[in-house]
Ligand binder design. Structure first.
Ligand SMILES: *Cc1c(COP(=O)(O)O)cnc(C)c1O
Length: 388
């Protein structure tokens, strides 16, 4: 066909040479995915079954990340979401319906709790918030209409390590599914499926991304029936992920091992140092005996990451806690941990059934890749503020 130059802009004959090989996964951007014939057009979401049909359901870049997360977590299928919170919402919307009941730990990531109390309740799903240390006693809270038990271990901010196998055993005895938010362990330091979890999610935003520059989440399952429900829900919710973000996450995966080792060592050293300080009442680090549920960490985890909390000694004012955080020079103040820069955030934890109130005295740290000696010196300098 003879083409004008305007047409050639869209339909060129020019091509780059073939045969290029690189270590990097190419970024395939795409909404439209081409079919080879009119009869082949289909809106099937499962790209493993139907081949590529639409960018929302996957491109080679997004599906490579999904496949690699599935492999690392020992699942059979992984579906990506635009963020960790989107992955949480996808799970709830895929598996719950009006009349159902869900169990959620008191220590859950706060936006998960808010999703439950605001949106799910509007759609007729009821919830009970349970003591994260309930273990096998969770059975007493399971009702006829309970469909899901959320777990998050350790819990956000307050760091309780859960007895996930005991919870899973109780759940499965009543045909209830168990979901785990495995973000702290990067989907690696705790083997979700080996401990009875049915649905494992994590915020890829955190350790897999690792550089505070992307938002992604993942949901991994073993059972086909669970994959079908998640895939169908993802299709109608339109939870698309950016191939550019996935390519950053694929790069993050390559250094995840060395980053996790580095922050594990550094965070442990800082946590043990803090445990000796008179300004600190308790260190909530899963690998320290002072952390609630520490024995489950020792039994079930293969390591620790770089996030932990401290509770400052009684008598400290809220203003002093803020002054302490602001006096830190290397620890920046901000959400979304697991990047290369250390972070600190002050939290107020009121009284919760069965758990101590830490009030305004809790500070959560995310340890980054600065040298440990500098981080300790920074915290030591900032602690002096409490004596002013
Ligand atoms: C950050 C976080 C999420 C949410 O991830 P986003 O990608 O920020 O939406 C979920 N769960 C836990 C435990 C988190 O720390």
């Amino acid at each position: 066909m003879n083409k004008t130059w305007q047409t050639r802009l869209v339909h060129p004959d020019a091509r780059a040479p073939q045969g290029y090989r690189s270590l990097a996964t190419p970024v395939y951007r795409g909404s439209t995915t081409l079919f080879s014939s009119a009869a082949e057009v289909t809106d099937e979401w499962d790209q493993e079954r139907a081949g590529y049909t639409y960018g929302l359901y996957g491109t080679p870049t997004t599906l490579e990340l999904a496949a690699r997360i599935r492999e690392l977590e020992g699942g059979r299928h992984t579906i990506l979401a635009p963020g960790g919170q989107a992955a949480i919402a996808l799970i709830d919307l895929a598996f719950l319906q009006a009349g159902d009941h869900v169990l959620v730990p008191l220590s859950v990531y706060r936006p998960n709790r808010v999703l439950t109390t605001s949106l799910l309740s509007k759609f007729g799903v009821s919830a009970t918030f349970y003591d994260p240390l309930a273990g096998a006693a969770i059975e007493e809270l399971i009702r006829k209409n309970t469909r899901l038990i959320w777990t998050e271990s350790p819990g956000s901010v307050t760091m309780e390590v859960q007895d996930v196998p005991a919870i899973a055993a109780a759940a499965h005895a009543h045909d209830v599914r168990v979901v785990l938010d495995n973000t702290w362990a990067a989907g690696i330091l705790f083997d979700a499926f080996a401990h009875g979890v049915d649905v494992a999610m994590q915020a890829i935003t955190k350790y897999v991304g690792g550089h505070s520059d992307l938002l992604l989440g993942s949901v991994t399952v073993r059972e086909e029936a669970l994959y079908e429900r998640l895939g169908a829900a993802r299709q109608v919710l339109g939870c698309a992920v950016s191939p550019d973000d996935c390519s950053l996450a694929l790069r993050g995966l390559q250094t995840l091992g060395v980053r996790l080792s580095a922050v594990e060592e550094s965070a442990l050293e800082l946590a043990r140092w803090l445990a000796e300080r008179p300004e600190v009442e308790v260190v909530l680090h899963p690998a320290l005996a002072s952390c609630p549920g520490h024995r489950f960490w020792r039994r079930d985890f293969t390591g620790s990451s770089g996030v932990f909390s401290i509770v400052l000694a009684p008598g400290v004012s809220r203003r002093q806690v803020f002054d302490f955080v602001d006096a830190l020079e290397l620890f920046e103040v901000g959400y979304s941990w697991a990047g290369t820069t250390s972070l600190a955030v002050a939290y107020t934890i009121g009284s919760r059934p069965g758990r101590p109130a830490y009030d305004h005295r809790l500070v959560r740290f995310s340890v980054g890749l600065e040298s440990t000696a500098d981080l300790i010196a920074d915290v030591e300098r900032a602690l002096a503020i409490l004596h002013d």
